[in-house]
Design a protein. Structure first.
Ligand code: KG4
Ligand code: ZN
Length: 340
């Protein structure tokens, strides 16, 4: 069986064809990073318009890369929650049109469930039940994942997402969007102890929450003080840039790693699955791997190309197909986060 999956929740226009054995037949991701670079972040209206321009070429290319024709597709799947409203609408409209045109079922998928499912696709093994940790540009959430589609919210950020903090601090340091990969590169030559940035909640075992907006402000004060100087006028030495990047990354990772293992402890689970763009961070992966080995925890982190947004993780649609969990053609988008 083959499912054609569509992903347009944020700023990647993606489509893939996957089989029930979680084999990837074809996958195309058109990133909009170049368009959003000059704004140092995603501009929702621009993202939606770019999806409109890209969705048909992306679908065409996805089909052209294989011998599979549309008539051999058994269902059309699309992420309809959570995400940017305009972006979600483009993917959903394309998916509905295709489903109607070929007379096959429409399957709605949850983008956060899909991020964790990427671990199962990569592991080619069962991963549930597990603690699912989604760390991306829009989310920093911990879940008790009872199954692929039953998530219980354990905690998350009360303000900025970790990826958002990476992007904003990268902007302060004069680094390009998306900031995560740039910071991680700059941090490689920096001293993670050079600056002591805040790590909210880290010693509070009663909560699995995070807060990154104060950390962002602390970096700002470190760079420009309380004055009005703009980041553009900063004459940062490469050494200071590297030290701030390394110290910032260390503070974020300290919080993420600590709470991930506290979540395992609190939920009495021994499997940790990590998804979302920030999961591509090499230092984050290294630290989790080290701690998992020491604590006899089974750790699954998807390969970097399945951490950032893609349509392959839409293979979670087979879990819905199995139970005939299809959606009607008047399915709507659900931009906001539904916690479980
Ligand atoms: O999952 P994703 O592609 O989109 C959302 O659903 O948000 O995540 C994008 C986020 C961006 O904030 C980006 O800076 C961050 O993931 N990111 C990273 C790395 N690669 C991407 N953050 C830290 N280190 C990385 N290597
Ligand atoms: Zn995502």
């Amino acid at each position: 069986m083959h499912i054609l999956t569509i992903e347009t929740t944020c700023d990647e226009t993606a489509a893939a064809i996957v089989t029930e054995n979680l084999e990837v037949i074809s996958s195309v991701v058109a990133s909009q990073a170049d368009i959003h670079k000059r704004f140092s972040g995603v501009v929702p209206e621009i993202a939606a318009r770019a999806h409109v321009e890209r969705i048909l070429p992306v679908l065409d290319e996805t089909l052209k890369k294989t011998d599979i024709s549309l008539s051999q597709i058994d269902a059309i799947a699309v992420a309809n929650t959570p995400g940017l409203a305009g972006s979600l609408l483009v993917g959903l409209s394309a998916a509905k049109s295709l489903a109607l045109a070929i007379g096959k079922p429409l399957i709605a998928i949850n983008h956060l469930h899909a991020h964790i499912y990427a671990c199962k696709i990569a592991a080619k093994a069962e991963i549930f039940p597990c603690v699912g940790f989604i760390v991306s540009g829009g989310h920093t959430n911990l879940y008790h994942c009872h199954s692929a589609t039953q998530f219980e919210y354990l905690g998350g950020t009360i303000d900025d997402a970790a990826g958002e903090a990476f992007d904003k601090v990268a902007h302060m340091l004069g680094l390009a969007y998306p900031g995560g990969p740039e910071i991680s590169k700059a941090a490689m030559t920096g001293n993670p102890q050079a600056f002591s940035f805040p790590r909210p909640y880290i010693h509070d075992r009663s909560t699995l929450n995070f807060s990154f907006s104060g950390l962002k402000t602390a970096v700002r004060y470190q760079l420009v003080g309380t004055g009005k100087q703009s980041f553009q006028d900063l004459k940062l030495s490469p050494e200071k840039r590297a030290d701030v990047a390394a110290s910032f990354q260390e503070a974020v990772l300290d919080c993420l790693v600590e709470k991930a293992f506290l979540a395992l402890e609190k939920s009495s689970l021994s499997t940790l699955c990590l998804g979302g763009g920030v999961a591509a961070n090499r230092e984050f992966r290294r630290r989790l791997t080290e701690r998992a080995e020491a604590g006899k925890v089974t750790l699954h982190i998807a390969p970097p190309e399945l951490c950032t947004d893609n349509a392959v993780m839409g293979a979670i649609a087979f879990e819905h197909l199995r139970t005939q969990d299809f959606s009607p053609l008047d399915l709507d988008i659900l931009p906001g986060l539904v916690r479980s």
